[in-house]
Design a protein around this ligand. Structure first.
Ligand code: SF4
Length: 380
């Protein structure tokens, strides 16, 4: 390591104040608003988050409002952002903050870390940006900047600790929030994974990777988990133009809150696998038709091949809160997985009668007494 991290502080902060993007959560020091932005930004781009953050803050302007909301209300505002566990944790965190801190987000890193869904990165971001505490942050952008500045090789826990040591050394001093944000901003806008814009970099003179002319060799390519191919069957059950969804189930390979009933298919017929899953999970008797479409979807290192199977219900739909009927157009307004959204679009277009948004009934007989209610709701 060549450059003294502390010598980088002043140019980084100067650069950040001049060149930072004008993002809505940067116009506030409200720790709750910053917490929401950090939760949303995990695994999601800034451009995608802006409208969600704005809507969320308008509906839940403070901890008390979020703590008073139902999980369903919170997830509805999160629909489309995915990774719904972040939304659940945020709400649980708000309940905890209301209970333990009278609705005031704590400034202390340890107290922040004790909140649901708050890890070292989020705790550091809230503590430094909202409260001006010298707490470090390390995320993917920051790691890339450090790897290049100091020509760092290696992976694993000891390497991770090295990043945090550098971040801690750097953050000590005035304006820790701006310092942390300068590193994240540099990684996001200048020191990008490919073709970093070194002439625009405020710390280019201190950069070892640049000196070596090997910026893109750092960080070393991570040892990626091999992609796993997984076969999934989803049930396409339609009555009176409505589609049956199932509340997220531990066995479901999809990652939404409400999804088409789904199951993994291992060495057996997809339709039979679905029939078995529906019977054991929901006490639904249904017989499968021929697959109507296949969609592909990747979740992290898992590549799903999803077969959409029309199913004919054989009896009454059981009264259960884990099933609900929806109109096809509703899929965009409820908390569901991207995989289910794709599957519904594919199946709807295959089975469309030609009128917009309607799903054609299959040739399955309608069963008396099982028609869904006029509004989407848990199945009756
Ligand atoms: Fe990244 Fe280039 Fe700056 Fe080095 S000089 S930190 S590679 S942008």
């Amino acid at each position: 390591m060549r450059a003294d991290p502390r010598a980088l502080r002043a140019p980084l902060i100067r650069w950040y104040r001049k060149h930072r993007r004008d993002l809505p959560w940067r116009r506030t020091t409200d720790p709750y608003a910053i917490w929401v932005s950090e939760a949303m930004l995990q695994q999601t781009t800034v451009a995608a988050v802006i409208p969600y953050w704005t809507r969320f803050l308008a509906r839940f302007p403070n901890v008390a409002a979020l703590a008073a909301a139902t999980e369903e209300e919170v997830l509805a505002l999160w629909t489309g952002l995915g990774y719904y566990s972040r939304a659940r944790s945020l709400r649980e965190g708000a309940i905890e903050v209301l209970k333990r801190y009278r609705g005031l987000v704590p400034a202390d890193r340890e107290a922040l870390l004790a909140l649901p869904g708050v890890g070292p990165y989020t705790a550091g971001a809230i503590a430094s940006v909202a409260f001006g505490r010298p707490e470090p942050v390390v995320d993917g952008n920051v790691k890339r900047v450090f790897s290049r500045l100091f020509a760092m090789r290696g992976t694993g826990a000891s390497h991770e600790r090295k990043h945090w040591r550098i971040a801690r050394a750097l953050v000590e001093g005035p304006s820790p929030g701006d310092l942390n944000q300068s590193l994240m901003e540099l990684g996001a806008t200048v020191c990008t994974p490919r073709s970093p814009s070194c002439p625009r970099c405020p710390v280019a003179k201190a950069c070892r990777a640049r000196e070596l002319g090997r910026q893109e060799s750092f960080p070393p390519a991570s040892i990626r988990k091999p992609v796993q191919d997984v076969r999934v069957a989803v049930a396409w059950i339609v009555r009176s133009g409505r589609i049956l969804l199932e509340r997220r189930h531990p066995e479901s390979p999809l990652r939404g809150t409400w999804d088409l009933p789904a199951t993994l298919v291992r060495n057996k017929d997809a339709g039979q696998a679905l029939s078995h899953a529906l019977r054991s999970r929901e006490r639904l008797e249904a017989s499968p038709g021929a697959p109507i479409a296949t969609v592909r979807h990747t979740i992290l290192a898992t590549r799903l091949t999803i077969e959409i199977i029309p199913m004919r219900l054989k009896g009454l739909t059981p009264r259960t809160a884990s099933l609900r009927w929806i109109e096809p157009g509703e899929i965009e307004r409820i908390a569901t997985s991207a995989a289910t959204t794709k599957a519904v679009q594919a199946a709807s277009s295959r089975s469309s009668s030609g009128s917009r948004g309607r799903v054609k009934r299959y040739d399955f007989p309608s069963i008396k007494g099982t028609a869904p209610k006029a509004q989407s709701s848990p199945a009756q």
